[in-house]
Write a protein that binds this ligand. Structure first.
Ligand code: PLP
Length: 248
């Protein structure tokens, strides 16, 4: 209990006194439960996805053995290597990085969910490759909640028109929204972006677009996942709080 409290207060301590991946996961889970309880939400309402860019397969295996079931990768080739080692039994592989059209051919075979869908041309390429395989793919639409020009994601004001178009893609199943809010030194400053995302997600859920199921709201990372949960996230993507600081 003490250890996880210290971690909650100061994330950087986990880099000074490295704990095992298993211990880190226990600590993250306990912080998730505390955040849920502060928000008056039911326990076990949040999926913890391990964000594993630059983390080698053996360390990912430790996380899987400690109970992690969802793995998020940022690059197609890196994911391909790791999936070849770890397989797919008991693991759902998510693409969380920007997906280039010329990588879609491989991505549709590799991943169980693509969380970073942010353009119609990407949807068209996905549809083409998926129908060729006879496979359906769960996706999340990435929303550029900060309106940052350098970042991917659909602008909030364009989201409704975008979701309307989902009806025409027979092999794509839209399962919700993903967002990476602007980076702020003080995670409290990110809270308004999370709450805005939650409001948008709720509104889009109510709108009932065909072939759109607003099941997941994927937001919150190592620095701010507790705040994201307090504001309604049901899937957090956690890298450094599980694996420690990235080397590269
Ligand atoms: C790296 C990454 C994360 C996790 O970031 P941490 O700060 O290591 O928790 C989450 N989402 C995306 C899209 C990422 O690229």
């Amino acid at each position: 209990m003490k250890a996880s409290y210290i971690v909650a207060k100061n994330l950087s301590l986990i880099y000074t006194f490295p704990m095992s991946i298993r211990e880190n996961i226990v600590a993250v889970k306990s912080r998730v439960e505390q955040a849920l309880s502060r928000a008056g939400r039911k326990p076990e309402e949040v999926i913890i996805l391990a964000a594993t860019k630059t983390v080698d397969a053996e360390r990912i295996r430790e996380a899987v053995e400690a109970g992690i079931r969802e793995i998020g990768e940022n690059r197609v080739q890196e994911a391909q290597r790791k999936i070849a080692v770890l397989g797919r039994e008991g693991i759902r592989w998510h693409m969380i990085g920007r997906l280039q059209r010329n990588k879609v051919k491989h991505a549709v075979r590799l991943f169980d969910m693509i969380q970073s869908v942010d353009s119609l041309s990407l949807c068209e390429e996905l549809e083409k490759r998926l129908s060729g395989l006879g496979k359906e793919m769960d996706i999340l639409i990435e929303v550029n909640i900060g309106g940052e020009p350098t970042k991917g994601g659909i602008m909030p004001e364009e989201l409704e028109a975008f979701l309307e178009k989902m009806a025409s893609f027979r092999h794509i199943k839209c399962k919700g929204l993903m967002s990476i809010p602007p980076w702020c030194e003080n995670p409290e400053k990110v809270r308004p972006y999370f709450s805005r995302m939650y409001a948008i997600w709720e509104r889009m859920k109510g709108a009932g677009f065909p072939r759109v199921e607003m099941k997941y709201l994927s937001m919150g990372m190592s620095e701010d996942f507790e705040i994201a949960i307090e504001e309604g996230s049901n899937m957090i993507r956690v890298g450094r709080a599980i694996f420690g600081e990235r080397k590269r």
